[in-house]
Design a protein around this ligand. Structure first.
Ligand SMILES: Nc1ncnc2c1ncn2[C@@H]1O[C@H](COP(=O)(O)OP(=O)(O)OP(=O)(O)O)[C@@H](O)[C@H]1O
Ligand SMILES: [Mg+2]
Length: 227
């Protein structure tokens, strides 16, 4: 088993829009050690989301490889990729994408539906308690604050015990203090569960909580600082 949970080799991504070709990624080579807490920063349009989506198997590169725990996920058939995404990768987004008709507890359980097992309910309750939401289990998303909804989304991302947690601008819709609470919570999860976390942010304070900061510019890594 490699020490790197993530390795990208020469990743490029091009989008064709009519006559124009957009170069979203222009050759990204990067290794991420297991248990890292890494931030990705860079101006709007620099390729952060494109890179994160390829790392998480939500999107395919135009060329290059993405190795997850040594396995190239860019060439996997969709069914295998789907399974790997479900068990190894957790995603959290700026817009929480909770299902409005389900309670907090039910939302956390959504990724376990294909497993048809009842023991997850106990685990979901433990996760909600870990993020301080025991009293909100039966609330629906519109009965929760933004920070609470994001914490439900974090529990949903953790229910299958992924190896990597990918976060795209997750504090973007929260006030500063709530955003900081969420980042502190992620840091605790990183340290206590040795979970690898990659986080996209525009907020320097959020980035400064991580142990490595990668800067993207125009589809390339232009800085890579360990802290
Ligand atoms: N589906 C698409 N079709 C065409 N171009 C796209 C598509 N998705 C992204 N792009 C382009 O690729 C480039 C990188 O986009 P990306 O979303 O990765 O940037 P980003 O760094 O996440 O920006 P932001 O900080 O605004 O979220 C941009 O120039 C964008 O316009
Ligand atoms: Mg983005």
């Amino acid at each position: 088993m490699p020490n790197e949970i993530i390795e990208t080799i020469g990743l490029t991504k091009e989008y064709r829009l009519g006559q124009t070709l957009v170069h979203a990624l222009r050759g990204v080579d990067m290794k991420v050690a297991k248990g890292s807490f890494m931030s990705m920063v860079g101006p709007s349009g620099s390729g952060k989301t494109t890179l994160l989506n390829i790392i998480g198997g939500l999107d395919k590169p135009t060329s290059g490889r993405m190795l997850l725990d040594g396995l190239d996920i860019t060439t996997l058939p969709e069914r295998k990729l789907h399974r790997i995404r479900r068990v190894k990768i957790g995603f959290i987004f700026q817009h929480f994408y909770l299902i409005p008709t389900l309670t907090a507890l039910e939302n956390v359980l959504v990724p376990t539906i294909p497993m048809k097992s009842s023991h997850f309910e106990d685990k979901a309750e433990k996760l909600l308690s870990f993020v301080g939401l025991t009293e909100r289990e039966k609330h629906r998303p519109n009965q929760l604050s933004g920070g609470e909804q994001q914490r439900v989304a974090i529990c949903r991302a953790l229910i299958n015990e992924p190896e990597v947690l990918l976060c795209d601008e997750i504090t973007g819709e929260l006030d500063t203090e709530t955003g900081e609470q969420i980042v502190r919570l992620l840091k605790r999860i990183n340290q206590e569960r040795n979970l690898t976390i990659l986080l996209i942010t525009h907020d320097q304070r959020v980035a400064s909580e991580s142990d490595r900061i990668i800067t993207l510019l125009d589809g390339r890594i232009v800085a890579d600082k360990a802290r």
